[in-house]
Ligand binder design. Structure first.
Ligand code: GDP
Ligand code: MG
Length: 207
């Protein structure tokens, strides 16, 4: 592939997590750098061009609203649509953390059937600014990510843009890796094929 299409990347990201953990706050912070406090409860997909490592990427971010989270047909639609997932919990809400742990298994079971490559998932512990109300330790988050082969970040959508940026960029990196992993076997096969063609021809030439 050559030309601009080879340079242009598109990726779909789904935000998941229980109510009020900060899915909308994180999405809006990433896309506008702002924290506005209240976000309503609207299910929406935002499409934006963003620069990641100097490359322009068209990201579509599906910001879920929890009320519709349990409807299975919508769940499935999100799973199929997504290239990567941001699973959000609040460090002040243990049940939101437990839900993320369940979601990882659910996504892996659903997506894993399509191939051996790993599903790009970032686990985000939000509301880091509320230390005095913390009920989930950083270690627990890190351990969950480690045992499920996901990335992990603790952030505060309210207080820090940079941490949120790093988390989204981490996910884009994972999506890129997973696409390369899919292409690699074909690439190697191609090289072996062309090498054997060269050697094969040489041998026939010399005969
Ligand atoms: P969603 O239901 O997961 O989309 O959650 P929202 O983004 O609507 O956020 C729920 C509430 O938590 C809102 O009142 C936000 O202002 C607040 N919130 C979101 N992120 C943070 C954060 O990092 N720190 C604090 N202190 N509050 C936050
Ligand atoms: Mg929301």
């Amino acid at each position: 592939m050559t030309g601009p299409s080879a340079l242009k990347m598109e990726a779909n990201i789904v935000m998941l997590g229980t109510d009020s953990v900060g899915k909308s706050a994180l999405t809006v912070r990433f896309l506008t750098r702002r924290f506005i406090g209240e976000y309503g409860d609207i299910e929406s997909i935002y499409t934006h061009n963003v620069l990641v490592d100097g490359r322009e990427i068209t990201l579509s971010i599906w910001d879920s609203s929890h009320s519709e989270c349990c409807e299975t047909s919508l769940q499935e639609r999100r799973l199929q649509w997504a290239d990567g997932f941001v699973l959000v919990y609040s460090i002040c809400d243990r049940s939101s953390f437990n839900t993320v742990a369940k979601m990882v298994q659910h996504i892996k079971a659903a997506k894993g059937l399509q191939g051996a490559e790993k599903v790009p998932i970032v686990i985000v512990g939000n509301k880091r600014d509320l230390q005095h109300r913390r009920t989930v330790t950083s270690e627990e988050g890190r351990l969950l990510a480690l045992t499920t082969d996901c990335q992990f970040y603790e952030v505060s959508a309210a207080e820090n843009y940079h941490g949120v940026l790093v988390a989204f960029h981490g996910l884009v990196g994972r999506i890129r890796e997973s696409r390369l992993a899919v292409r690699k076997p074909a690439g190697i096969k191609g090289i072996v094929k062309s090498m054997s063609a060269v050697f094969g021809r040489k041998r026939t030439d010399s005969l």
